[in-house]
Design a protein around this ligand. Structure first.
Ligand code: NDP
Length: 339
């Protein structure tokens, strides 16, 4: 049995979907209410692999909202994630993906130190961040998206916003070793971590976002930002490919220009319909088939019976593990979204 721990992108979003999920009593409530709401299993899922194998899973809504971090309600945020993990484990789930901000909260607030949730000892081997598969899918979106939009990778400058993060650093490792991109711009705020990454890669240039955007043929967005940033169309190259892997989205701008292309980053499409309801509420274009790559990672671990925290900790994603999860992804019928 696999599990997915998810959350909604904002209080507004949460209020608007509470009714759809069958919780009308949550629909008019403010942030305080969501801070005290317990986790709920809101979907039971059946997935069929391209090989014919079938697996079952549960979706746990943690009731975490990004506003909890923005308003410094750290205790509430951390409680949401730990309670959701305990809920998944108590309900017999073997491997659960920590979606969106769940793994970021887990890491930033060092929740591995708090193993006990009431009378339950959390077994961290039963959880994965899903970031190896997400990084792999984003790299494939770069490799396939570039030629589709007339960009030659060997002559391209690629900016990675969130380069020092777990997903960002893995994407940088792949771009450096596997693609022969001409230039790599490393964007994040902490200069020390940027220098360490540059040293590890032996490639790439730490660059501020405002300076990186006008130089980039491709921008990979994988920053952990509670809200999207707006980008001035005139500051971008033409053509420019943007791959937005943030959840909530890193980009707050819609571009109505034929040479600016935005791909939904870190999203996969399955080759068969999935029997679930949950992707209707996170605005997937084809909710029966499209999902976050981190969620798909827990499905892949269940299909392969790799009951281990495949993606864990920070900045430890190797190219070998990306190859391994990538092979499983293709075998079971997932492919990167290219729109
Ligand atoms: P991490 O916390 O590991 O890394 C975040 C990165 O963003 C760091 O490099 C951080 O560096 C940078 N960053 C944060 N704020 C800013 C800012 N204002 N400007 C520039 N850089 C910034 O996060 P993950 O790698 O785990 O996740 C990244 C994103 O991917 C998140 O939005 C997450 O929700 C999303 N995600 C998507 C998945 C999917 O399936 N599509 C799966 C999992 C995650 P610094 O603090 O130094 O600025």
């Amino acid at each position: 049995m696999f599990g997915l721990i998810g959350h909604l992108t904002s209080l507004n979003h949460a209020q608007s979907v509470a009714r759809d999920l069958g919780y009308p009593e949550y629909a008019d409530q403010d942030l305080d209410f969501w801070c005290s709401a317990p986790p709920q299993i809101v979907d039971h899922i059946e997935v069929t692999s391209a090989t014919g194998q079938k697996i079952e899973g549960k979706y746990v809504e943690s009731c975490f909202l990004p506003e909890m971090l923005a308003s410094r309600r750290i205790k509430a945020a951390t409680r949401k994630i730990l309670n959701a993990m305990a809920h998944a484990q108590k309900n017999g789930v073997d491997i659960t993906a920590l979606g969106g901000f769940s793994s970021i909260v887990f890491e930033n607030f060092k929740l591995e130190q708090i193993k006990r949730v009431r009378n339950l000892e959390l077994d961290f081997k039963k959880f994965t961040t899903g970031n190896t598969h997400t990084a792999y899918i984003i790299c494939k979106q770069v490799e396939a998206g570039a030629p589709k939009h007339g960009i030659d990778l060997s002559a391209a400058t690629v900016a990675v916003c969130g380069a020092t993060g777990d997903i960002g650093s893995a994407v940088c490792r792949w771009l450096t070793a596997r693609t022969g991109v001409k230039e790599l711009l490393l964007v994040a705020r902490n200069q020390e971590r940027l220098s360490a990454l540059q040293e590890e890669l032996g490639f790439g240039q730490p660059t501020a976002l405002e300076a990186a955007l006008p130089q980039a043929d491709i921008v990979v967005w994988v920053a952990s930002m509670p809200k999207g940033v707006s980008v001035d169309l005139d500051s971008l190259k033409r053509p420019c490919l943007m791959i937005d892997g943030g959840y909530p989205k890193n980009l707050d701008t819609q571009f109505a220009h034929p040479d600016i292309h935005v791909i939904k980053g870190g999203i996969v499409e399955h080759s068969l319909d999935i029997d679930w309801h949950i992707m209707n509420i996170v605005n997937m274009d084809v909710p029966a088939r499209q999902l976050f790559a981190c969620f798909a990672e827990s499905m892949l671990l269940e299909f392969e019976k790799w009951y281990t925290n495949f993606s864990w900790g920070r900045n430890q994603i190797t190219l070998e593990k990306m190859d391994m999860i990538g092979a499983a992804s293709r075998k079971h019928g997932f492919r990167p979204l290219l729109t």
